[in-house]
Design a protein around this ligand. Sequence first.
Ligand SMILES: C[S@@+](CC[C@H](N)C(=O)[O-])C[C@H]1O[C@@H](n2cnc3c(N)ncnc32)[C@H](O)[C@@H]1O
Length: 257
Amino acid sequence: MVTRNSTNLSELAQRVVEPHELVEGLDAIRYIKACDYQKTSDYGILAEELYKKFGLLGKQVLEIGSGSGNLCEELMTMGTGLVVGVDAAETMVAHASKKYESLIKEGRMKFVRASVYGMPFSSEFDMVVCQNSFHQLYKPREALQEMVRVAAPEGVVYIADFRRDVSEDSFRRRVQYTKPEIRGDLINSIRASLTKQEFRDMFDSIPDISFSVKDAENPTGLSERVDELIKRDPVPHWLDYLISQRVEIKKFKRRCI
Ligand SMILES: C[S@@+](CC[C@H](N)C(=O)[O-])C[C@H]1O[C@@H](n2cnc3c(N)ncnc32)[C@H](O)[C@@H]1O
């Protein structure tokens, strides 16, 4: 996955997809290790953001590209009814299924190996969330359509991901504090991400929704827990807001005519 560590902003003009769409095998093991969960704050910060925005109590939530399941765990501890993680990589699903074996037996979590382009679900989820995985997808338009399909009527799709429309200053600042061994990965992920406008342009093909696409906001002060997570994290992951965006889609209830 690593190419080189250049931070030249002109290289962000065009989207360059990741060399592999899935994070599989040894790459998956390296990724899981690099996440540094639970020291890392980004999963907890997003869970708090979702809780504050939409509430999570009793909800049926689906995470797309769930990797090792860290966000699923955070959401579950905030009171969701069921959290399902879907990932097409065998190593990721095997890892998460083993890690959360007892919670899966209790029926609170589930991990399914499937591609986002054809998920084995009906329109059943109150919330469909995708954290730092959307940039990984080779067919973003198809993925969006399918994510909206599996959301229940009046459900929400929420994407938290990197964006390529960053300022040179923010880009350099964020890259500079990343551990050297994963700096190339981060640069590749930003290169593979979509701009806000590229997201907006994809929505004409999706009926019965409203949407907003915005730069992420500084999470400091969102809640006492967020401030605590930021304080505890040895890496300033909270600064991700400088290079990230939030896409929020609301699915309408279809009217019978
Ligand atoms: C960069 S990782 C992020 C994992 C996790 N969301 C996190 O933040 O730690 C992206 C994940 O998306 C998964 N993925 C990529 N393409 C996919 C697809 N077409 N369908 C389902 N999952 C996919 C990868 O296998 C990988 O686990």
